[in-house]
Design a protein around this ligand. Sequence first.
Ligand code: GAR
Length: 231
Amino acid sequence: MPALVDPSDPGLAVQWPLPPQQPIHPGDGEEPGASSTDRRLRLGVMASGNGSNFEALVGACRRGELAAEVVLLAVNKPGCGAVARAERLGIPIQLHDHRQAASREGLDDALAASFRAVNADLVVMAGWMRIVTQRLIDAFPDRLVNIHPSLLPSFRGVDGVGQALAAGVTLTGCTAHLVRLEVDGGPILVQAAVPVVAGEDRAALARRIQAQEHRILPLAVQLAGERLGLL
Ligand code: GAR
């Protein structure tokens, strides 16, 4: 008998840190506001596309797995999937259409102003497909988190899933990290590894990576908040 279970089992993605067995936040499951010492992070989220990571964050907050609430969704594409999700979930939405902005800095200044106006503690780039400038990074120092579909520092930039397949790696995954000016280059918070299954196409691999993104993004937000002493 082999000592190890077949690591190519798509259900066995390696996790670091391991997901907690207990609720992260004391008081989970109690009435909202049951403890006056509870601190809930106020999260801003930026999305350009489908919005599944945005919805995963909202879900983690509402299930009490993350001591936070999503207070604003900013999108740069009107009608993107994230908008419909926010409408269904009752999360306020603001459109910051990059085509209307005079510059990348102008777009980031407007985003920063929106998130400041709602007193966001942390801002999460959940499928934000624009390069951000130092303006946004400086507005939320060590408070800007990104999710990327590869095991960084491999396969930065566009289509991390396709890059990994093209390179022929047998293990890929996803990374949640703090944002720096270097694209996909900031300090790593949490990663999950996902084995590549022989013969799998890009869409199937992307789905399994996304399932892991939905697990690690709330963990990364918690970790970022704890490191800043916000929780
Ligand atoms: C996610 O897989 C995320 O990692 C990726 O976009 C997808 C958004 O999905 N982000 C990047 O590639 C950023 N470089 P979603 O809209 O369903 O959350």
